[in-house]
Design a protein around this ligand. Structure first.
Ligand code: ZN
Ligand code: ZN
Ligand code: ZN
Length: 376
């Protein structure tokens, strides 16, 4: 609820604001209008969420940025070095019209790029107040956010190491006779204890529940012989997220096919990671995993894309999906997470976050990929 200002590197933020204005110019946009969320955190270091009162960074091309913020929420932005960044702060109080403040900061109408996740409440009122065209800011800012700099990669490494430590401890909690929810609560606590700000998501998909890729937790009691998908992550203090999946089995798997099927998955995940290097397209990385799974006859059971970009958002550009011909560049960070889901029976997924480097690929997750056998 409170606005969170993480560790700040003023020079890096100033460079981002400059690059955002340049990218806006290139995109033929007259201004960026950015409400709280990951884009705002990327540009000025402030986290937080959007409410019914408007907070908005107005970034006109060729003009000075203005942060429109309710007076009562201004203290939450005290950690933002607005002076050093050249950001003017315009506060408003209840009864005043914040949309008029945005209009004044813009000095005109034109083509306005609004944050993808701006509430419709605000984008429609901005349109009423200002007029002009609205387009999404996402395609403009993704050009910056998708290419991680050294400090962002360092934060992803830190997040990756923290979630690896949690996976290393899963055997402390995952046992027959406990429910997914009980195991999930222990894992959530460990996610925080091992260095995350919070547990953003915890999936414990046991037995047939593992066949649902976005299952979260349930009261199902875990049994000996269950295959269990554990997909967990969250942000570290810098705001960058972890996201890693390992698949566990309690004793000997009930279904004797598990070993052979899992070996296919492991080969598919490795093939996709091995395909990663600058110049290779996102769809080629997806195809590398998909071909291995399809050749083994499980194509129809791999029901999602191979991966997603990750950074300040758990899911962001670039998406590792068929039809995305974007070539990878050094600094792009994304998951490689193929899965095989057998409805009514069990599922498995292996997920690591990798970063494309000048020479190939670096994985920020380094736990073994084998099916993890825990005592039954
Ligand atoms: Zn997902
Ligand atoms: Zn995941
Ligand atoms: Zn993921």
């Amino acid at each position: 609820m409170s606005t969170h200002v993480g560790p700040i590197d003023v020079d890096a933020l100033r460079a981002r604001l400059d690059k955002a204005a340049t990218a806006a110019t290139v995109a033929g946009v007259d201004a960026l209008l950015i409400t709280p969320g990951s884009d705002l955190r990327y540009l000025i270091g402030a986290g937080g969420s959007s409410f019914e009162r408007l907070t908005c960074l107005v970034l006109p091309v060729g003009g000075a940025p203005v942060l429109v913020v309710p007076k009562l929420e201004q203290p939450g932005y005290a950690g933002v070095p607005t002076d050093e960044l050249g950001v003017e702060v315009a506060t408003w109080v209840d009864g005043e019209d914040p949309y008029a403040l945005v209009k004044r900061a813009l000095k005109g109408t034109g083509r306005l790029a609004v944050a993808d996740m701006m509430p419709a409440l605000h984008s429609l009122r901005l349109r009423d107040a200002i007029g002009g065209d609205q387009v999404l800011a996402g395609p403009v800012l993704r050009e910056l956010r998708m290419r991680k700099d050294a400090s962002e990669v360092a934060a992803l490494r830190k997040a990756g190491a923290a979630i690896d430590r949690v996976h290393a401890r899963v055997g402390e909690w995952l046992r027959p006779g406990r429910t997914e929810a009980e195991v999930g609560a222990d894992i959530a606590a460990a996610i925080v204890a091992e260095g995350h700000e919070l547990a953003e998501f915890v999936i414990v998909g046991s037995g047939p529940n593992g066949a649902s890729p976005h299952h979260s937790l349930s009261d199902r009691v875990i049994e000996a012989g269950d295959v269990v998908v554990v997909d967990i992550g969250g942000p570290v203090a810098e705001g960058y997220n972890s996201d890693s999946t390992r698949t566990y089995v309690l004793g000997e798997p009930r279904d004797p096919d598990v070993w052979e099927t899992y070996a296919v998955l492991q080969a598919a995940q490795q093939a996709a990671v091995d395909a990663v290097r600058p110049g290779v397209t996102c769809e080629a990385v997806d195809a590398a995993a998909r071909e291995v799974i399809a050749e083994a006859g499980f194509g129809e059971y791999f029901v999602h894309r191979t991966g997603h970009g990750i950074g300040l958002d758990v899911h962001e550009e670039p998406y590792i999906v068929g039809g995305n011909d974007l070539p990878l560049e050094a600094g792009m960070a994304f998951s490689v997470e193929p899965g095989i889901y057998l409805p009514g029976r069990w599922g498995a997924r292996i997920e690591d976050i990798v970063v494309a480097t000048e020479s190939g690929v670096e994985s920020v997750n380094n736990r073994p990929h084998e099916l993890v056998v825990l005592p039954a």
